[in-house]
Design a binder for this molecule. Structure first.
Ligand code: ADP
Ligand code: MG
Length: 705
């Protein structure tokens, strides 16, 4: 059942309802525009903005037509010159005006067809690029050949679209044209005064302006970045996302929280059992959190800290506080490996403090699972560590006070809501290691308060990062041999196994075999396709020190902590994102020994790839790296959302629209303050906006649904 306003139906109709889009074309559009598994809809076509424009304006004569640029000329057809029989030569047609002639060239031209569209002696309009060949003008395969009637319907400017195999820009343009015919007049959700001040068109006008521009210059890259119609649409999208967050936030705050802190004795006991003192920023975070917990408002706080900054301890103390108040606590991790590792690290501390703790992932089954579920339901288990399995249906807590979510950027608003539903007033602490640029933090966590761990625990040594060409792999192996004799441990990361056989990647399995040839049983392997218990066993052998070299795919990316590992080799480093490299590198440099990261690349490197790896070599500052990554690659990939399927932005581009984000956030908060249930006229229009950009899960929170 969808509550989507029916006024949006034409935009959500599948693209194959458009004239001209049949069963052959629809899959091509899916490939171009569809999100995995979802058929392309009319709106997807409309949001596929042109990348440039071609002027089809008729001006000037053959003689002064510029070479190499698209021109449209009015000419008369002089002569057809088909290729001599049996020769593989092009079909040539000579056309002219008063000032000169041009030869039109057709490869595989069919005589009958060409004679029909370019009859000798007639006037025609041809559009395409003039080239010089042997001093003579020619035009290879004109884009357009039109008669007097045709030219009247030719727009002066044609939008050019990004393509996929089998679809020409012209075809895409035609389907988008059909989609434009379907755009309804929607109620205005933007503030009228603001629109006036910025001279912005309405939603429908904006789409028309972009797809049917008046002149080609409007679609140049620079012009598009600043173009009012595009900015209008970008703002719509940003406002939709900020509004969804603001609604979640206001709902969370409207719900009464509970006091989730006791006399502090348990927290104190745990603290004093730690083998180290907290850093200044850990202290501040603990303080912020305590403040939230003792208040009767709900906590919704983001704990942001670079890899290795010590977030887990803060999470533990947060959970201890809830238990002190007589409640339960849960910690959720994005992967099984991580959940298990958290569990193994927390269990001894918890047990020492007299607390009961259990692990629940998708793998706990049968009796074991039922026992855990019973313990959660009757309150005999105080701390639950697990994956998202913790928050699925069928899991009930007796009285959940606090939920700590590790590596939040993989979860979306939906999961945040699911989490809150497990207890009447669960305080939520979200921990993320991704150093998110400020702009992005706002788009994903605009609804949260933030604490930042800005320093690393004392005694950490800087990591030396080196770039090494794959040809020097033998030196790398030699160096590793010496290191493991010294008692060091090594991570060896390979790009994903089995993503595509056609790509020339050194698969982890192959590398594992090869290293085993040198180092025998000291080499272990872990990858995403392994069965869960084999993964655990491999990780355990590595953290226990039995294996010295752990060959892996990126499954170790997040969170794994083995302080004795001091070397990280990353193969095909040029294929990873910067943020991902930073995460991986953060696995080392955790102990007191100095560490080395070897970025092994396959040359030759392009300029951008070179610059990116160089960046890794120069800095360990996650924020700098993240900003750079954002600049180089766009936001979806920085957060890894492409993989996790959170919809990113279709229209807004944070590199150029970042300035709109703060405005959208403020606007959204103002709206929610004034009209928390979106019932005013503008509120109703804003509901349409939320559905339009599929941020409508927040609408379920509204009272007047
Ligand atoms: P992350 O923020 O990446 O999750 P962890 O919580 O895994 O970091 O902490 C990394 C390592 O640093 C762990 O071994 C942890 O025990 C240790 N650690 C955390 N806080 C401190 C501290 N204040 N002083 C020294 N070591 C610390
Ligand atoms: Mg962690």
């Amino acid at each position: 059942m969808s509550l989507r306003p029916s006024i949006l139906d034409p935009l959500f109709a599948p693209a194959n309802t458009l004239p001209g889009v049949g069963p052959k074309i629809a899959p091509l559009l899916d490939r171009l525009l569809g999100e995995a598994g979802k058929p392309t809809r009319v709106a997807d076509l409309l949001f596929h903005l042109p990348s440039s424009g071609i002027s089809r304006e008729m001006k000037g004569s053959v003689a002064d037509a510029p070479v190499g640029e698209p021109v449209t000329l009015s000419v008369s057809v002089v002569l057809h010159r088909p290729p001599p029989p049996g020769r593989r030569a092009p079909y040539r047609i000579l056309v002219e005006d008063e000032t000169g002639d041009v030869t039109l060239i057709f490869f595989n031209g069919q005589k009958a067809r060409l004679e029909k569209i370019l009859p000798v002696g007639e006037r025609r309009y041809v559009s395409g690029k003039i080239e010089l060949w042997d001093g003579r003008r020619q035009m290879i395969h004109p884009d357009r050949i039109l008669d007097d009637r045709g030219i009247e319907n030719l727009p002066a400017v044609e939008a050019v679209y990004g393509l996929t195999e089998g679809l020409s820009s012209r075809m895409v343009g035609r389907y988008i044209g059909a989609a434009l015919d379907k755009v309804p007049h929607l109620p205005e959700w933007q503030d009228a005064a603001w629109m006036d001040r910025n001279a912005l068109p309405d939603f429908r006008q904006a789409l028309f302006a972009l797809h049917r521009p008046d002149n080609a210059a409007q679609l140049s890259e620079d012009a598009l970045a600043k173009s009012p119609p595009r900015r209008r649409l970008a703002y719509d999208e940003l406002l939709a996302s900020q509004l969804a967050l603001a609604l979640v936030r206001s709902r969370m705050r409207r719900l009464p929280g509970r006091v989730n802190a006791g006399d502090g004795r348990l927290v104190e006991r745990l603290r004093s059992a730690l083998p180290f003192g907290l850093t200044g920023s850990q202290e501040r975070a603990v303080e912020d959190i305590r403040h939230d917990l003792v208040s009767d408002k709900k906590m919704l706080r983001l704990l942001q800290g670079d890899v290795g900054s010590g977030k887990t301890v803060v999470g533990l103390l947060t959970m201890a506080s809830a238990i002190e108040a007589g409640r339960q606590a849960a910690m959720m991790a994005p992967t099984e490996i991580l959940a298990r590792q958290h569990y193994e690290r927390l269990a001894p501390m918890a047990e020492q403090a007299g607390l009961t703790i259990a692990l629940l992932t998708g793998r706990e089954k049968g009796v074991a699972r039922r026992t855990i579920l019973a313990g959660l339901a009757d309150g005999s288990i105080q701390i639950a560590v697990g994956t998202h399995a913790l928050f699925q249906e069928g899991v009930a807590f007796q009285d959940l006070g606090v939920a700590v979510v590790d590596e939040q950027h993989r979860f979306g608003v939906h999961q945040r809501l699911a989490l809150g539903s497990k207890g009447e007033a669960v305080d939520i602490l979200v921990m993320t290691a991704t150093p998110i640029p400020r702009t992005l933090a706002l788009t994903y966590f605009g609804d949260m308060d933030v604490s930042v761990l800005s320093e690393k625990p004392a005694g950490r040594k800087p990591i030396a990062t080196k770039l090494i060409a794959i040809e020097r792999l033998d030196e790398v192996i030699g160096g590793i041999g010496r290191a493991i004799t010294n008692g060091d441990q090594v991570y060896w990361v390979c790009p994903l196994v089995g993503e595509s056989e056609s790509i020339d990647l050194a698969a982890a399995e192959e590398r594992f075999e090869m290293l085993k040839g040198f180092f025998g049983d000291q080499v272990g392997l872990v990858h995403g396709k392994m069965a869960g218990k084999d993964k655990d066993a491999a990780m355990e052998r590595f953290s226990g020190g039995q294996t010295k070299i752990l060959v892996s795919t990126t499954v170790i990316e997040v969170g794994v902590d083995v302080p004795n590992a001091t070397i990280m080799v990353i193969e095909h480093a040029e294929r990873f994102g910067l943020a991902q490299l930073h995460q991986l590198r953060g696995r080392i440099g955790r102990g007191s020994k100095s560490s080395t990261c070897l970025l092994v690349y396959k040359g030759p490197l392009g300029q951008v790839a070179q610059a990116r790896l160089e960046m890794m070599r120069q800095t360990e500052d996650g924020f700098r790296i993240a900003e750079e990554d954002l600049r180089l690659r766009g936001e979806g990939e920085v957060l890894g959302t492409r993989q996790s399927g959170t919809p990113g932005f279709k229209l807004a581009r944070l590199e150029v629209d970042g300035d709109l984000l703060g405005a959208a956030r403020d606007d959204a908060r103002l709206i929610v303050d004034r009209d928390p249930d979106l019932i005013s006229e503008r509120g109703q229009a804003l509901r349409v906006l939320l559905y339009l950009f599929e941020r409508d899960s927040a609408i379920r929170l509204l009272r007047a649904g």
